[in-house]
Design a binder for this molecule. Structure first.
Ligand code: 9GP
Length: 839
């Protein structure tokens, strides 16, 4: 054995084998090794979660080489980096996606199987990082995926919330929010980088002074300092060498102990500062369309933005760049207005800290920033009370005043005497209470402004940002959203992905336009039947999941009609419910009626403070109770509310859907991205001409899309004429019956008052025009039911929907951003061969 030890000592250490090897044998050994040495467990005592962690570390080892090689390839002065600033990143579980990106799904499955376990079960163990509310955060995640797939140097910057979006439970039909403790068991995908910590200042006041060169300057005397610690997560490109970084900031106290307080015996006081600082990254605000902000929210925004900008400048200087050239090496994208304080912060950093003159600093700032708007809802446009803003960020308020003064001078020069326009464009909203308008700050401080679907971008120019458009039309463009086919087809719907690749090759994964080649199979009987079989398998899986989660049994042969998204009045989940009740009434009237059996599936969270949205959840569950248990219905209709809709659950839902509900009031949904995921997976859409639905219909062909409802123009016109929902109620007996039932308590076990607020809203205001669109929706839904009876034709439409969704790949969207806004190009990553401790 002495000989053996000597031999082992002499042999070169095969680090790359055990940490990077991809054979089933090596994977098995590495997996067992990680279980033992990282989790400190062996098979006798390991939990499923231990196995998941051991596997996660095994996979992480296999991506580090790419990650470090990418950092090395990108850390060069001539490389332009895209910095995506977003308060939300809804990444979804990492394990499965990383297996897909590395191309090692099959080997790993086998290694796990040979270890006596099941890969899918381990994947299901992962707590998804729910660091976002919905579309906006998920879009950021899809964009990071595409940036890496296209080898574009990029960093996603955001907040490492200790608690992400709440977990939703349903009790007695109502939503109950549970804290999301996603970090409870540790997060194997992130690496803390405490050495790259930065400081962020808050509060206090400013002082003017004259510097050594005789220049008038301002210094900020802050009241407190917080420390931002970066946590990095790699974002792999699909089967290439690139791995970009998602860098999330955690807030900490500079000193975790106030020794003065401690020495005075005030232990609680001493710890207090630490708690206060850490509050900043404690919890995600659970509103997807933010209403009036709170101070902590502004602190969060400023905190992560300041950390990120300091980090960007540090990198730029590190590679030898000059600040005057920042825009040549950095493109900073503002994902909505949440990070728009960055405009004032970059000005402050350049002018106050780096001593650059105002005009130059403004040039740099404008050339570096670009702004994406994600909403048309006026109440969702962020604005901060001046008093709150000034007490938290006194220097930034001064800077904003100065930006505004110069900006309004420009406006005056272009539109002399137009005082109304000045007031509309001002970054400050006047009135008894004054506000800083963040969309104005973002628009003035950026060189590019975009909406997220063609219609939305037009409406921005016409409405929400009209004055900015008239001032600088050249800044505006449209960038229709997209989603990544890696997660949303390959990972979620492997059987479909297999069929597609077998039929047209696998080029579609990187170039989704190639799906068009599926068109030639649309009439092919054999292909159609395989297509249908896969859908049926996915529906069966979802049915099983529904049974496990809710106890409800649904028939996989019924039409799966699905609406999953945040619950919001403008998204009109309750319009869907009105149709369900209508169908129910028809069956009650005539139990013999022939109808297409349907399963209506809902999922989505309501903002905890949004009463009407929560009432809609209760409504869905109440109607479900009645419909699911009525013998006259005989199981032909089923209504399911699946709790806790999230990315993981989305991956089960989209592949199983046959009808995708995209029924928002025209002119309200900026884009939607779920609509794209459904359609790619072969669901047909019932929808209004809203957001990206317009383009989905254009691509799919109008004959393959179920259109209903008022157009945006008609909505405007109707409202201008004076909309009276009661006219529709009085003129439509079926609708009247449904509304009366809501009011009468027959749908709420006799509780007559329960849905009164809803009924009151619908009859007296109906801001989102449900009653106006009711008849058109019902007729359209009836056409859907009819169409489903012809399975061959339905399948043909389904195939064509998938085949024609190439446009909605986030790769296409990212290419457009790169070309039109960022000026960023791919950087080839060469894998560095050796792991070594010294350079
Ligand atoms: O409501 C929009 C949604 O339509 C869009 O698809 C998504 C991504 O662009 O952003 C949503 N907006 C927000 O979440 C907040 O404005």
């Amino acid at each position: 054995s002495d000989k053996k030890t000597a031999a082992a000592a002499a042999a070169p250490v095969q680090i790359e084998d055990d940490r990077t090897g991809l054979s089933v044998e090596t994977l098995k050994r590495a997996f067992a090794d990680n279980l033992f040495y990282i989790q400190g467990k062996n098979a006798d005592i390991a939990t499923l979660n231990d196995y998941y962690m051991a596997l996660a570390y095994t996979v992480r080892d296999r991506l580090l080489q790419r990650w470090l090689s990418t950092i090395k390839a990108q850390l060069k002065p001539e490389v332009k980096v895209v910095y995506y600033l977003s308060a939300e990143f809804l990444m979804g579980p990492h394990l499965g996606n990383n297996l897909v990106s590395l191309g090692i799904y099959d080997q790993v499955r086998q290694a796990i199987q040979e270890s006596g376990l099941n890969l899918e079960e381990l994947i299901a163990q992962e707590e998804e990082p729910g660091l976002g509310n919905g579309g906006l955060g998920r879009l950021a995640a899809c964009y990071l995926d595409s940036l890496a797939a296209l080898e574009i140097p990029a960093v996603g910057y955001g907040l490492r919330y200790e608690f992400g979006i709440f977990d939703q439970e349903i009790r007695d039909g109502w939503q109950v929010e549970i804290t999301d403790k996603w970090l409870r068991y540790g997060n194997p995908w992130e690496i803390a980088r405490p050495e790259a910590t930065v400081e962020v200042k808050l509060g206090g006041h400013t002082e003017a002074f004259v510097d050594g060169a005789g220049r008038y300057r301002v210094r900020w005397i802050p009241e407190r300092t917080i420390v931002g610690v970066p946590y990095d997560t790699p974002v792999l490109g699909f089967k290439n060498n690139a791995a970009n970084t998602l860098r999330l900031w955690k807030a900490e106290a500079p000193e975790s102990f106030d020794f003065q307080a401690f020495n005075l015996g005030d232990y609680y006081g001493a710890v207090n500062a630490k708690m206060y600082s850490e509050n900043i990254s404690k919890v995600l605000y659970p509103n997807d369309e933010p209403l009036q902000g709170r101070e902590l929210r502004l602190e969060q925004q400023f905190f992560f933005v300041s950390c990120s900008l300091q980090d960007i400048i540090r990198r730029h200087l590190y590679v030898g760049g000059k600040l005057e050239d920042l825009h040549n090496s950095a493109a900073i994208q503002l994902n909505d207005t949440h990070p728009s304080i960055g405009i004032a912060e970059l000005m402050r950093l350049l002018v106050d800290e780096h001593n650059i003159d105002w005009d130059t600093a403004w040039q740099i700032t404008q050339n570096t920033f670009a702004y994406t708007n994600h909403t048309l809802l006026p109440e969702a446009l962020e604005r901060w009370p001046l008093s709150l803003f000034g007490s938290l960020l006194p220097r930034h308020l001064e800077i904003i005043f100065e930006i505004n003064r110069r900006f309004l001078q420009e406006v005056s020069a272009k539109f002399p005497g137009d005082t109304g326009r000045l007031a509309r464009l001002s970054l400050i909203q006047e009135g008894p209470e004054k506000f800083v308008r963040m969309a104005h700050l973002a628009s003035a401080g950026s060189h590019a402004i975009n909406g997220v679907a063609a219609l939305h971008s037009e409406l921005l120019k016409r409405d929400v940002l009209r004055d900015f458009y008239e001032l600088s039309p050249e800044k505006f463009s449209n960038k229709t959203n997209g989603v990544t086919p890696r997660r949303w087809i390959m990972l979620s719907n492997p059987e479909l992905a297999f069929l597609i690749s077998e039929s047209i090759g696998d080029g579609w994964i990187k170039n989704l336009g190639e799906l068009r080649e599926l068109e030639r199979f649309a009439n092919d009987k054999e292909f159609q039947s395989r297509w249908r079989q896969i859908k049926l398998n996915n529906k069966t899986n979802l049915a099983e999941y529904i049974r496990k989660r809710t106890g409800l049994v649904v028939d996989p042969h019924s039409l799966f009609d699905i609406q999953v998204k945040r619950i919001h009045e403008y998204k009109r989940q309750h319009l869907n419910v009105l149709y369900i009740i209508t169908l129910y009434n028809r069956l009650k009237q005539n139990p013999e009626l022939e109808i297409t059996p349907r399963t209506f599936i809902f999922g989505g969270k309501a903002a905890p403070g949004y009463f009407m949205a929560k009432l809609i959840i209760k409504l869905i569950n109440s109607v479900a109770d009645v419909v699911n248990n009525d013998p006259d219905v005989g199981g032909r209709l089923k209504v399911v509310f699946l709790p806790d809709y999230n990315v993981t659950f989305g991956q089960r839902v989209y592949p199983a859907a046959e009808l995708s509900e995209q029924i928002s009031t025209a002119g309200k949904e900026a884009s939607g991205t779920g609509n794209m995921k459904f359609s790619m997976n072969g669901a047909l859409t019932i929808g209004t001409l809203d957001g990206a639905n317009v383009e989905i219909r254009e691509e799919a062909g109008e004959e393959n899309f179920f259109l209903f409802g008022l157009t945006t123009e008609e909505v405007y016109a109707l409202k201008a004429r004076g909309y009276n929902p009661r006219d529709y109620y009085n003129g439509n007996p079926a609708l009247r019956q449904v509304i009366d039932q809501l009011a009468s308590g027959v749908l709420s076990s006799g509780e007559t008052h329960l849905f009164a607020p809803l009924v009151d809203h619908l009859l007296n205001r109906d801001e989102y025009l449900l009653l106006a669109d009711y008849q058109s929706y019902v007729e359209c839904q009836d056409r859907v039911g009819e169409a489903y009876r012809d399975q061959e034709h339905w399948t043909r439409m389904s195939i064509l929907n998938s085949a024609r969704m190439g446009k909605f790949s986030s790769d296409r969207a990212i290419r457009e951003y790169c070309e039109d806004i960022w000026g960023a190009v791919a950087v080839d990553v060469v894998l560095e061969e050796y792991v070594q401790a010294t350079a």
